[in-house]
Design a protein. Structure first.
Length: 156
């Protein structure tokens, strides 16, 4: 396989144009191209020359998708952080099962939000950045570990 410097010089202009088209911003395109060529340098001996520049385009596309997902999520997260708290009153005293030592922090958070604060699963998922199924799984595993109520019953 050719030396890395030769491959870099040959493919850089095309990969950079592709990155600019993907990112729409020159500063982001520079970061995408840097990441692609860093990955190429790391795996240089395993990437066949026939796969270039397509392999680099794949890395740029993936990195651009990651960038735009984070970029689009940032205002949503900022809005959530600036939003009102769950409740203006102090937290009610939690049941003893919330202090069970085998509960993970994620299970404890899901259980407390769901059973103590009466927050619905979709809102817990949104606030914790998890999927609804994952929240359900954390609640189920927390119930199994900590002797929590197995059904949605109002707490006294």
């Amino acid at each position: 396989m050719e030396e890395f410097d030769q491959v870099y010089r040959r493919h850089f202009p095309g990969v950079f144009r592709f990155a600019e088209a993907q990112a729409g911003r020159r500063d982001v395109a520079e970061n995408l191209v840097t990441r692609a060529f860093q990955d190429l340098h790391r795996y240089f001996e395993w990437v066949p020359a026939a796969r270039l520049p397509g392999w680099l385009f794949d890395i740029v596309s993936s990195a651009a998708r990651e960038f735009w997902q984070k970029e689009l999520a940032a205002p949503h997260h900022a809005q959530w952080l600036e939003g009102p708290a769950l409740s203006p009153q102090a937290a009610p005293p939690g049941p003893a099962w919330l202090t069970h030592p085998e509960l993970t922090s994620a299970e404890r958070a899901c259980l407390e939000l769901h059973y103590v604060w009466d927050v619905p699963v979709p809102e817990i998922a949104l606030r914790l950045g998890l999927g609804s199924q994952e929240v359900d799984a954390r609640i189920d595993s927390g119930v199994a570990r900590g002797d929590a109520p197995a059904v949605d019953l109002p707490l006294d």
